[in-house]
Write a protein that binds this ligand. Structure first.
Ligand code: S3P
Length: 166
């Protein structure tokens, strides 16, 4: 059975892509991101999928993409921030080495700003961030074998902390 060397979870904007690419480079393996898989397979942006079909349809597409990547990828894999909302996915993640990249709400607001390309932050980013984090923090923790705080750290420092946690 193939399996990713490490799976990165955490909220959008925490740096999964940047850190994941650095970790993959250090491990000499390939980086993959389930958001990219979805965009490639669907031929449209994630924001467009939300607008065209709504969040539940996006979550179904996401679940399929995540399960496929978990089954076939052998490098570093980053999941979209909401992938852990799915119970089957959380169950599957129990068999993998999962690292949760965390950040606090103020750091999240600072990093993503008023970026309306992110469909879940389009109205009131600070309030929406607080609600998202309150709803998800325990799910990230549940699936993770290690937690790496990213607040005030460079991507290189975070990548090193991930490698140290493996
Ligand atoms: C989402 C996170 C995004 C993307 C979508 C929904 C979420 O992925 O899947 O906008 O629910 O947190 P990133 O975490 O890669 O930005």
């Amino acid at each position: 059975m193939t399996a990713p060397r490490v799976v990165l979870v955490g909220p959008m904007g925490v740096g999964k892509s940047t850190v994941g690419a650095l970790v993959a480079e250090r491990l000499g393996c390939v980086y993959r991101d389930t958001d990219d898989d979805i965009v490639a397979a669907q031929g449209r942006t994630i924001a467009d999928i939300f607008v065209d079909e709504g969040e539940p349809a996006f979550r179904a597409i996401e679940k399929q993409a995540v399960h496929k990547a978990l089954a076939e990828h052998e490098g570093v894999l980053a999941l979209g921030g909401g992938a852990i909302l799915d119970e089957d996915t959380r169950t599957l993640l129990a068999a993998h080495l999962v690292v949760y990249l965390s950040m606090d709400v103020e750091e999240a607001v600072k990093r993503t700003g008023l970026n309306t390309a992110r469909p879940l932050l389009a109205v009131n980013p600070r309030r929406q961030w607080r609600e998202l984090m309150d709803a998800r923090r325990h799910l990230y923790t549940e699936v993770a074998g290690a937690v790496v705080a990213t607040d005030g750290r460079t991507p290189e420092e975070v990548a090193q902390a991930v490698l140290d946690a493996l």
